[in-house]
Design a protein. Structure first.
Length: 373
């Protein structure tokens, strides 16, 4: 088995949080720092370094579950899973070599496989949490058959550390597919969206879709016979360097993501027509670069580059049944009300109640999720 170095710093982290609480000193929770760009600026006095709290707590491949300390490097975990022919079902992005398990869960960002397998939230079985009172709390379990506390453990997904420090996380894993193939077709965005809707209504072994610059990419997984039959049904040319393409998409290394222009992430209804969203109307000739959209998740995830007014892009996303996030600010400042679309008053009240329950003194990552939170 691939070795993962072990270091249990739980007591040290508890002591540091207790000290910060007594001093009324807000903390920036930091693991590997790979996702420090995501969210709003944090107004903290110092950093609580969690990257050293690392190690494999338990892993039995036959149980399809793994438990890890929050600061464990994600790259080491993926190497361990790969050695056992397993993977995370949600295909997380690292955004750098120092990405950690805790940061992965706190950010809650799923990759290309998300609509065809699971989200980060779907895969969380349990967490061990250090709250703002200096208390260590356990929610959920370590294997799939233990469902106690599911809701509380999953609250931590996407919370960006404002509720507490993820000391330990238990996650589902899945077997690695026996075979995979990526097919490419020349398509307009309108036609690509129609095709992806048609494919979604069939039992096809699709594990990722993407449209960019007039090309539709489709990844399928399964047996040799299954791949051949699916290829016959959906058509397209096989992509030679397919793994590199999906890795570069997941890690935002494609040319689309280069430069300092702001990057918007829109989650919308998959069938939303191109003309209903900013930046979607123009479809350039195949092969030409564009500031127009990059589309994933069968049409449900749209990426846009450019200096769009937050009110305009949020209104369009809401009209399309979703929401818009300023994923990377680039050469601009965050909107006054933050990079995330403000929730309605009822949801915001629930968020504040949770914050008060877990972190009443507001020690953890102040401002990260919402500017005044």
């Amino acid at each position: 088995m691939t070795e993962i170095p072990d270091a249990d710093l739980e007591q040290s982290l508890v002591a540091q949080v207790a000290e910060a609480g007594e001093a009324g000193s807000p903390l920036l929770i930091r693991g590997g720092g790979s996702k420090g760009f995501y969210g709003n600026p944090v107004h903290a006095d110092r950093a609580l370094e969690c990257g050293g709290h690392r190690g494999l707590v338990s892993y039995e491949p036959t149980e399809l579950a793994i438990t890890l300390r929050g600061g464990t490097p994600l790259a080491e975990v993926e190497a361990l899973l790969d050695a056992n022919h397993q993977q995370f079902p949600f295909e997380p992005a690292l955004f750098g070599p120092k990405a950690t398990v805790g940061g992965m869960v706190a950010a809650g960002l799923s990759g290309p496989r998300r609509p065809y397998a699971a989200s980060v939230r779907d895969a969380v079985l349990g967490v061990r949490l250090l709250n703002g009172r200096g208390q260590v709390l356990d929610f959920g379990g370590q294997v799939m058959k233990n469902v106690a506390g599911y809701d509380l453990s999953r609250l931590m997904v996407g919370s960006l550390g404002v509720l507490g420090v993820l000391l330990q996380v238990s996650l589902k894993v899945t077997p690695t597919p026996v075979g995979r193939m990526t097919l490419v077709r020349e398509q307009t965005l309108t036609d690509a969206l129609a095709l992806m809707r048609r494919w979604a209504r069939r039992s096809l072994p699709i594990t990722a879709t993407a449209w960019i610059d007039g090309r539709l990419y489709l990844r399928i997984c399964g047996s040799e016979e299954g791949l051949a039959e699916t290829h016959r049904l959906v058509e397209g040319l096989p992509l030679a360097e397919a793994d590199a393409f999906w890795d570069d998409l997941r890690e935002q290394r494609l040319a689309f993501f280069a430069g300092d222009a702001p990057l918007w992430r829109l989650s919308v209804r998959p069938a939303t027509p191109p003309q209903d969203l900013p930046g979607h109307a123009s479809e350039p000739p195949s092969g030409q670069s564009t500031s127009g959209p990059l589309v994933e998740w069968g049409g449900a995830l749209r990426w846009l580059r450019g200096e769009y007014a937050a009110t305009e892009i949020r209104a369009a996303a809401k009209q399309a049944g979703g929401h818009a996030t300023l994923f990377r600010c680039g050469n601009t400042s965050p909107p006054a009300d933050g990079v995330f679309a403000p929730p309605d008053p009822v949801v915001m009240r629930l968020h504040r109640n949770l914050k008060q329950s877990f972190d009443p003194a507001g020690l953890f990552n102040p401002g990260r999720l919402y500017p005044d939170f």
